[in-house]
Design a protein around this ligand. Structure first.
Ligand SMILES: Cc1cc2nc3c(=O)[nH]c(=O)nc-3n(C[C@H](O)[C@H](O)[C@H](O)COP(=O)(O)O)c2cc1C
Length: 381
């Protein structure tokens, strides 16, 4: 997820460094946008090094790129931590006098605000009224923690610990508290000790689905068969090779199963020990493999199971997906065609008993859309 982290000019601004690290470790891409005053409390170099982005707080630089709109539009989520009393007042009043305020006002992303200030400032009627206004507009304002403040004084106004901020910001997703099992990639069945029967699935679709589920608060396990790219942060990764490895790795309960892996329909009956030589002709005997998703669905009636159906070029994707919905007794089928294999873009027909939705675009965009549709269907169950 792309997180825009606003940092404002309070004593707790230095704690933003830990927050950047924590978001990054969970696989999120963080763009930091400090106010001019925040940079009096924390070094620009620190924020740049930890986020991996250069920082320019000037609203009027690079104007050709219309940065304030771009920053807001690119963000999936905006977090402001710490948020000063001044920031709360400006946001409540819609004041757009610096890059951070402009980016927030120009964005439709959800906004999470973590105030930190002296108890008297937090309890001041003006601040309390601003917080009420922001909450009434759907902005999530976190309650500050109680404890030691800048001087010897203590009371409510401290910036909560990083873990609590993470929970506040990311724990509200529609999949929070849900376990999600995603399978990705293509299985390989050994012919001999060096050769195999495989397929051209890169695993990209499953990977993007795992990321999208993670970003929506899901506790994700990604079972990856021969993936071409590294597993994302913030998910439990189980690498597998063959159909039987995959079956073993799927031996766990979950609330949502997304079966995006391209699973071989056949396995070699007796793989050759060693390396076959071309000195004589070889006949391979292939045995059909188990239908893993159908099997899982019948053994886990409470799990919302999503199967994938791959249609040959020119085939009727929707028809095949609808047929698999019934034959596999799953809750949804994402139908796509062989052109999607190994590609960055895809077209999916998402079929449920309620109907069909067509989704197309990059695999990243399609994954986010599919998750939205899946969550909608899960809520109707
Ligand atoms: C040493 C010092 C510490 C401050 N700490 C805070 C604070 O924790 N919270 C707060 O709301 N304001 C604090 N302020 C006041 C803000 O810096 C001031 O309101 C400033 O205008 C905020 O600018 P910004 O919201 O644009 O970042 C502090 C000021 C000083 C001098």
């Amino acid at each position: 997820m792309r997180i825009l982290l606003g940092v404002t000019g309070g004593i707790a601004a230095y704690k933003a460094a830990n927050l950047i690290r924590a978001f990054s470790e969970q696989g999120h891409e963080v763009t930091v946008l400090p106010t001019e005053n925040a940079l009096k409390f924390v070094g620009k170099v620190t924020l740049e090094a930890l986020s991996g982005h250069t920082i320019d707080t000037d609203l009027y630089s690079d104007v050709a790129q219309v940065r304030h709109v771009e920053l807001g539009a690119q963000a999936d989520l905006i977090v402001v931590a710490p948020a000063t009393a001044n920031f709360l007042a400006k946001l409540a009043g819609g004041v757009a006098d610096d890059l951070l305020m402009n980016a927030i006002l120009a964005s439709t992303a959800p906004v999470y605000v973590c105030p930190a200030m002296h108890t008297e400032m937090w309890q001041n009627q003006a601040t309390a009224a601003n917080v009420e206004t922001l909450r009434s507009r759907g902005i999530s304002v976190m309650e500050p923690a109680s404890g030691r403040l800048t001087g010897d004084d203590s009371g409510p106004g401290r910036l909560p610990e990083v873990e609590q901020i993470l929970e506040f910001v990311l724990g509200h997703g529609p999949l929070s508290g849900k376990t999600v099992l995603v399978t990705a990639g293509g299985t390989r069945e050994s012919i001999d000790e060096v050769r195999f029967i495989g397929n051209s699935s890169s695993g990209r679709m499953g990977l993007e689905l795992a990321k999208a589920a993670r970003d929506l608060g899901g506790q994700v396990t990604l079972v990856g068969a021969n993936l071409e790219m590294p597993a994302p942060h913030g998910v439990t990764f189980v690498p597998v090779t063959s159909v039987s490895d995959l079956e073993l790795a799927m031996n766990q309960d979950c609330d949502l199963l997304i079966m995006a892996a391209a699973v071989s329909d056949f396995t070699v009956e007796s793989p050759f020990r060693g390396k076959l030589s071309r000195s004589e002709a070889v006949t391979l005997s292939l045995t059909p493999t188990k239908d893993l998703v159908a099997n899982y669905a019948s053994n886990h009636p409470k799990t919302f199971c999503v199967a994938f159906a791959l249609s040959p070029e020119g085939g009727n994707v929707e028809e095949l997906a609808s047929e698999k919905l019934w034959s596999k007794s799953v809750q949804a089928v994402a139908g796509n065609s062989v052109q999607a294999l190994g590609s960055d873009v895809t077209e999916v027909s998402f079929v449920t008993p309620e109907g069909v939705e067509a989704v197309s675009g990059t695999k990243q965009a399609v994954s986010k859309q599919l998750l939205r549709l899946i969550i909608e269907s899960m809520s109707k169950r």
